[in-house]
Write a protein that binds this ligand. Sequence first.
Ligand code: FE2
Length: 218
Amino acid sequence: MSPLRNERHSRRVLLKTGPFFLGSLAIAACGQRFSGASSPATESSAQAQNLPATPACGDDLTPPQTAGPFYRLNSPERTSLVEPGFTGTPIMLTGQVLSTSCQPIAGARLEFWHTNAQGEYDNVGNTFRGSQFTDADGRYQLETIAPGIYPGRTRHIHVRIKSPNQPTDRPALTTQLYFPDEPLNEGDFLYQPELLMSVQDGGDRPQAQFNFVLAGDV
Ligand SMILES: [Fe+2]
């Protein structure tokens, strides 16, 4: 395990939310660096060597995963998937889309899709499906609920990301996000700890966070 991975797995927070337990979590190391959370020792060291304190996200590429059979084209553009009458634990997912040099990617299109609280996909309409574009700082924000669980999988959110500068011969990043401390994570055939969101208690709505790093300086 790399030092970066060690750092990622050493920063854990406990919380309990609603009908499911979001326990230990991993904070995306790249996000910490990009947000300027460097230590004084690190800063003084960089200054002493007269080196720019430019973070590098290249070692932290977001791994791709299958879209699965439930992806649908042309989901509506919206930042909230919560609709009247739906049950579930509300969550707010935020983060950035970054290049390998940790630069924010503005105008990247993110498509999210996941099940309802009962673990069912809407394969006819667009319930719990939506797309949005990152702002000038590469940021996105998704208001939704914690998906349910369906047979054979742990709890997850699907996402597909395409940069506005994406070369035509390079596919969009398709992957899945996972919740910390889910009992089914370790036995899931697709689960990767690199795709764990960090989740913190936000009162009645947990705050989830994940930064995506796209391959190449797109
Ligand atoms: Fe799925």
